[in-house]
Design a protein around this ligand. Structure first.
Ligand code: MN
Length: 373
């Protein structure tokens, strides 16, 4: 086997234009910033990970700019001379120097897995214990336009057999307006497609208990993170009050969170993200805790490029607990292809590519074209 010792860590900052602007409750974006992290071995192998957050630091405090500083100034020097298969040891030593910053750590951790798997000439999922499935269903995120526009968008996706379920972002309008809009969409799609909503932690307990039952009546099948991440007890109260599943996202970043949520039965579904949790291994640990607690998981997104998306796909395919599909639609929002061979989306599913490492190759011309000056 080639020399596994790390002799270089490079970062490249990209801005990837989107087909249409993507809105969250309080933020939006026309292009998604992405930090590529390349780890090079003395044997000449390069592994790549992606630092990415949904549009900016509103979700978890990090941005691609903070990740770049933390990685270049504090993490990269710890990696030089270590071997790419020394992942647990490297993580422990990085944690001694850098607290939290889980998105930045995820970029490094995925790059280490990609490099190590390429050195072994195996896919990344082999390092995660093998496959439970080869594809995952992909829910589509509908826009924040008025209900008739959103319904047309959903119908077009259904007719083209691109997606079988939809997620609506809430929290941008007053609760009454927001609920009216979502109910109009849910009632139109009832019996045809699943409708899920994500409040991105914008409501409090009382607002949730007042307004969420109306969404249940309209046929919404899942409520994601209505209250702030730290409010586990409020999340549990909402989950116990509603007959449909509540999904934890902002509340779930570490294996410890997974244990606490399980003990409180605060969520019936866990949103897994390799990004928010610091990489593949910690996310896998969360999936194992969920499995032990009988809680199904969903493959969440931070609007990754195809590279970050495929990392999350390896995790979802290697984790038996991921039975609630995914929202790995990031590449479908992006206007230009970043890979030499695009990921395969078909019949509402995303399929795992073959090949060593993450199984994808970046197109150098595309990387150059979108590199931030
Ligand atoms: Mn979410």
């Amino acid at each position: 086997m080639s020399d596994l010792r790390i002799d270089g860590v490079d970062t490249v900052l990209l801005d990837l234009p989107l087909h249409r602007s993507h809105r969250f409750a309080r933020a939006g974006m026309d292009a998604q910033p992405v930090l590529l992290v390349h780890i090079r071995t003395r044997g000449g192998v390069v592994g790549t990970g992606e630092g990415v957050v949904p549009g900016g630091p509103w979700w978890g405090g990090e941005s691609v700019e903070t990740m770049r500083v933390v990685i270049e100034r504090y993490i990269a020097p710890l990696l030089l001379g270590r071997t790419v298969d020394d992942i647990a040891g490297i993580q422990r030593d990085v944690d001694d120097v850098v607290a939290t910053n889980l998105y930045a750590k995820a970029a490094i951790e995925v790059a280490l897995h990609d490099a190590w798997a390429r050195c072994l000439d195996v896919p990344v999922h082999t390092l995660l214990g093998g496959l439970a499935r080869r594809s995952v269903p992909v829910t589509w995120a509908l826009g924040t336009e008025p209900a008739p526009v959103v319904i047309d968008e959903a119908m077009a996706k259904l007719d083209a057999r691109l997606h079988r379920s939809f997620k609506l972002k809430m929290g941008a309008q007053s609760p009454v307006e927001d609920v009216a809009r979502v109910c109009a969409v849910a009632e139109k799609l009832a019996g045809v497609a699943g409708v899920r909503v994500d409040l991105n932690a914008r409501w409090d307990l009382l607002t949730s208990l007042t307004h969420l039952p109306r969404l249940v009546e309209a046929g919404v099948e899942l409520i994601e993170q209505p209250v702030p991440g730290a409010e586990f007890e409020a999340l549990a109260e909402i989950n116990h009050a509603l007959p449909i599943p509540v999904m934890a996202d902002e509340s779930l970043r570490t294996p410890t969170d997974a244990l606490r949520l399980a003990r409180l039965r605060a969520a019936d579904v866990y949103a897994l993200k390799t990004t928010k949790s610091g990489g593949l291994r910690h996310t896998k640990a969360i999936a194992e805790i969920a499995a032990a607690a009988g809680i199904p998981c969903h493959g969440g997104t931070s609007i990754e490029s195809p590279l970050g998306t495929v990392a999350s796909l390896h995790l979802a395919c290697a984790s038996p607990a991921v039975t609630w599909g995914s929202e790995l639609f990031g590449p479908l929002l992006m206007r230009h292809e970043l890979l030499t061979t695009p990921l395969r989306y078909a019949d509402g599913e995303l399929y795992l590519p073959d090949g060593p490492g993450l199984g994808v190759e970046l197109d150098p011309d595309a990387v150059r074209a979108f590199t931030r000056e």
